[in-house]
Design a protein around this ligand. Structure first.
Ligand code: PLP
Length: 372
């Protein structure tokens, strides 16, 4: 279960004291840039980025903000917090922003966990979870996914102990693309003790169209121990600027603001996020196009004979087992950089239609060759 976290120290020798927790950590593996190949447009479809360039209206606001980069950003992130509160219909005191939702998640772990406390999450799920947990001195409790690459919420509830401080529910799940159902989430939350914080990580919320998906904001409103985590990196295309947020009940939101790095959300990110909320209708058109592409790709892959689970984000999950590295290499040969996960599978981002077409072609050839 912990195959990404080598138990042995891997640090180069140094007389300097470094925390033991660091030796147990893998180096975060970001999606690689696409390999350059003759006569072939290369596509990096390994990081779930938005293929659309920034909207002109957003870019203009960022250019303006850049003229004041000699000044510190607004530490209270006032305009963005107010804009989010208006849009989501919650008091501004319930919103806490950070440098990407990964930054906010780091604050959540640090605000809840002492040394040796436990953080429960599904596995496979987002790679940052075990890293941030271990870095904070807490213990990752990784609960295997159920068949269909879905969260096993019963097993996750069973895994909660009196050391558990945080449970992370990633829906849609990165990298498998599946969502949890509204009813099963409610049943799960009924079983989690009230003093354990549950984070619903909705990094891909905008791409969801499953009718039984939970309304996380309503769940948050009804339960004091539920936090909703969201980002501007994926659907809204601001990955390079780093801004995300949590919606949490006031005491938790206040703890997050206390544990935040000062000035963590830079001025360009703040301005771009506000401008993106103003341009939500335009951005939602792009999101709909990506969702339509996802449906087209998934249908084509299933026609070829691939067993693809329900997909609700901006990527596709291939459950490949021992063929994972071979499939990633076949993609690389055709100018597609995908994200392989050891011997579990490959995640490929839905991108421009020509990249998606090529992915379907490569996958079709790979399956035919595998069947001999
Ligand atoms: C991409 C992603 C995030 C957040 O990304 P940021 O760029 O740090 O906002 C959070 N959770 C999951 C599951 C993701 O895939």
């Amino acid at each position: 279960m912990t195959d990404d976290v080598p138990a042995e120290a891997t640090q180069p020798p140094t007389p300097v004291h470094l925390r033991a927790a660091l030796a147990a950590l893998p180096v975060y593996a970001p999606g690689r840039p696409a390999a350059v190949r003759d006569g072939l447009t290369a596509y990096k479809i390994s990081s779930n980025e938005n293929p659309f360039p920034p909207l002109p209206s957003v870019l203009e606001v960022v250019r303006d903000a850049a003229t004041a980069m000699n000044r510190y950003p607004d530490m209270a992130v006032t305009a963005l917090t107010r804009a989010l509160a208006d849009r989501l219909g919650v008091p501004a005191a319930r919103i806490s922003t950070g440098p990407g939702s990964v930054g906010v998640l780091d604050q959540l772990i640090r605000a809840t966990c002492d040394d040796g406390d436990e953080v429960v999450f599904a596995w496979r799920s987002f790679e940052a979870y075990p890293i941030l947990t271990t870095l904070a001195g807490a213990r990752p409790v990784m609960v295997p996914l159920a068949p269909g690459a879905r969260h096993d919420l019963d097993a996750m509830a069973d895994a909660v102990t009196d050391r558990t401080r945080l449970v992370l529910v990633c829906t849609p799940n990165n990298p498998t693309g599946t969502t949890v159902g509204a009813d099963e989430l409610d049943a799960f939350l009924d079983r989690v003790p009230a003093d354990v914080l549950v984070v619903i990580d909705e990094a891909y919320l905008e791409f969801v169209d499953a009718p039984d998906a939970p309304d996380a904001m309503a769940v948050h409103a009804a339960r004091p121990n539920v936090v909703v985590l969201r980002t501007f990196s994926k659907a809204y295309g601001l990955a390079g600027l780093r801004v995300g947020y949590a919606v949490a009940h006031e005491p938790v939101a206040e703890a997050l603001r206390k544990s935040a790095l000062p000035f963590g959300v830079n001025s360009l990110a703040q301005a771009a996020a506000v401008a993106s909320l103003d341009a939500a209708d335009e951005l939602d058109v792009r999101v709909k196009e990506l969702v339509a592409e996802r449906e087209r790709v998934v249908a084509a892959l299933r026609d070829q004979g691939w067993d693809i689970p329900e997909q609700q984000a901006n990527f596709v999950w291939f459950d490949l087992g021992d063929d994972t590295a071979a499939f990633a290499a076949a993609c690389e040969d055709e100018g597609l950089t995908v994200r392989p996960y050891l011997t579990d599978g490959v995640r490929a981002t839905i991108a421009e239609p020509p990249a998606n077409d090529r992915l379907v072609e490569v996958a079709g050839r790979f399956l035919a060759a595998r069947r001999g």
